[in-house]
Design a protein around this ligand. Structure first.
Ligand code: FE2
Ligand code: FE2
Length: 139
């Protein structure tokens, strides 16, 4: 199940945290929707919002990392690109009204993937930025 937002997840007391919280809230809203066909449009609009927020967020985070000359920026940026691609694939699956799978099945897969999508990168890559950000006074 999706982890609750916790104080340890705070990075900069600013824009990055707001974005992460927004991503977290949107994923929670998505997961909380029932897997019924009538919910497909709402599910898609949440995912589109997640895409907008995430595109803006990745650019913002990369700008901050560039400003502190973060040594693993290229790798971090590549991970963001991959996350954007995966989100695009999830959206295509949820959009596919002619799919061989029921919406309930598609959505349950998307539920799992999205939680992993957010937390795997966040826990393994974003939280590691904390000490670098603190060193450069971004917090
Ligand atoms: Fe990141
Ligand atoms: Fe991030």
């Amino acid at each position: 199940m999706l982890l609750d937002w916790r104080d340890e997840m705070v990075l900069d007391h600013g824009g990055l945290d707001t974005d992460h919280r927004d991503q977290h809230d949107l994923i929670r809203r998505f997961v909380d929707l029932p897997g019924e066909e009538e919910q497909r449009d709402e599910a898609l609009s949440i995912l589109e919002e997640l895409r907008t927020v995430s595109t803006r967020h990745f650019a913002r985070e990369e700008r901050v990392l560039a400003s502190i000359k973060y040594p693993h920026l290229a790798e971090h940026r590549a991970q963001h690109r991959r996350l954007a691609e995966i989100l695009g694939e999830i959206i295509m699956q949820v959009e596919a009204r002619e799919s061989a799978f029921t919406f309930a099945y598609t959505k349950s897969k998307a539920d799992e993937l999205l939680q992993f999508w957010f937390f795997d990168h966040f826990a393994k890559a974003d939280l590691r930025l904390k000490t670098h950000l603190a060193k450069f006074g971004v917090r």
